[in-house]
Design a protein around this ligand. Structure first.
Ligand SMILES: [Zn+2]
Length: 398
């Protein structure tokens, strides 16, 4: 199952059997290069550096070295291209490398230029910045630094205070000042927020996270505080459907969903083990071997972000998208909107100028499977139901 999306080993030992092999997320998979490995600090070299992160860089497993799991990699890459898509829900077995894939993708993205000493690492070029940075900008004196794209884990059991931020009690007691202690959403700004077992999280927190991710701002009105700060991130939730389910209303609010499984074919399993072993023995060399392949993906993501809104979506394609959603009976219009956006981001990633049926076909399972109503008379998985509908509405793949 060598596909164009890359073969590669997932750290925790899993890779895609069930993935749909389309994309070209990859580019060259050759090992290569002679320069030092791309550590988080080195990535900052993409942009002029005024200060170097003080945190020692940890080498993350290269995204391009993940074996299989095409659908997951494609969904994550698309979410990185269009952060307004609503994030990604990853269903699947434990140890299928979900968290590794998120970290790997963040690790290959260009480091971000941020305002120094800002808890939200505001983008000096953006208008969605915190009041302190806005004030600095107004004076024209903004010091910046280059920081890696954050990946923040949301622990189960995290309180709402910890997520949204709260009154800094210590300061309130010692100085009498009402200061805001930023929470997890602050740290996740401009990066990824990863929630393992999102189905075990309280509904109101999931709701809140999706709201913030969609608006790009965290609004805190509590304990006499009134704070608004930027919080634009890609929400990635993983879940094991056997351990509790998300309410349909919450499912529908996620942009894409993918199913990952532990591969059953022996050659794939061997490849995963070999790569994981090689990575753990010598992460520096391993990262170096995959550097060029990761860089190719990064170039695609960066280019796709720039041309995203220039991609043409013909009415004929929108009609096809609507016909598919109507055939599947998805509620509301969120399915159509997401499928259109995902197909557009995928076209941009592939370097295509126009969205075609090909992009729609490839993205339909990820954009729609979590929006289907349960059908007690149909024991097919929801992904298969989408594939079947694709055949019924558009005919067999040419
Ligand atoms: Zn700021």
């Amino acid at each position: 199952m060598l596909d164009s999306f890359q073969q590669g080993g997932l750290p925790n030992g899993s890779a895609g059997s069930g993935s749909s092999g389309s994309g070209t997320l990859g580019a060259s998979q050759r090992a290569a290069g002679t320069k030092s490995p791309r550590t988080e600090a080195a990535k900052a070299a993409d942009q002029p550096t005024k200060s170097v992160p003080t945190r020692p860089a940890r080498i993350v497993y290269p995204f391009s070295a993940i074996v299989g799991q095409d659908e997951m990699k494609r969904a994550l890459a698309i979410a990185a291209v269009d952060s307004k898509l609503g994030g990604v829900l990853v269903f699947g077995d434990r140890g299928t490398g979900k968290s590794t894939a998120v970290r790997a993708l963040a690790g290959l993205l260009p480091a971000m230029r941020s305002v120094c000493n800002c808890a939200y690492h505001c983008d000096p070029e953006d208008s969605n910045i915190c009041p302190a940075c806005a004030a600095k900008k107004a004076t024209g004196r903004v010091k910046t630094e280059v920081v890696p794209v954050p990946v923040v884990d949301l622990p189960l059991g995290a309180t709402e205070d910890r997520v949204v931020g709260s009154l800094d009690l210590e300061r309130a007691i010692t100085t009498g000042e009402k200061a805001f202690e930023p929470g997890i959403l602050a740290r996740a700004n401009r990066g990824f927020l990863y929630i393992d077992e999102v189905n075990l999280l309280e509904d109101h927190l999931v709701d809140l996270l999706i709201d913030v991710a969609a608006s790009g701002q965290n609004v805190v009105e509590r304990d006499g505080l009134s704070v608004v700060h930027p919080a634009r991130f890609v929400l990635v939730g993983s879940g094991n459907p056997e351990e509790g389910e998300l309410r349909p209303q919450l499912l529908d609010r996620f942009g894409l969903s993918v199913e990952v499984t532990t591969p059953t074919d022996v050659p794939t399993r061997i490849e995963i083990v070999k790569r994981r072993d090689a990575f753990e023995n010598d992460p520096v060399q391993f990262a170096e071997n995959w550097r060029k392949a990761d860089e190719a993906i990064r170039r695609r993501v960066v280019a796709a972000r720039k041309r995203l809104m220039l991609i043409d979506v013909p009415d004929q394609v929108l009609e096809q998208v609507s016909a598919l959603c109507a055939h599947l009976g998805t509620d509301g219009l969120r399915g159509e909107l997401t499928l259109m956006r995902a197909a557009r981001a995928w076209a941009a990633y592939l370097g295509d100028k126009t969205v075609g049926l090909k992009h729609v076909r490839e993205l339909a399972p990820s954009a729609l499977r979590h929006r289907l109503r349960r059908d007690p008379l149909d024991d097919m998985g929801s992904g298969s139901r989408v594939s079947r509908a694709l055949g019924e509405v558009f005919g067999p793949v040419a």
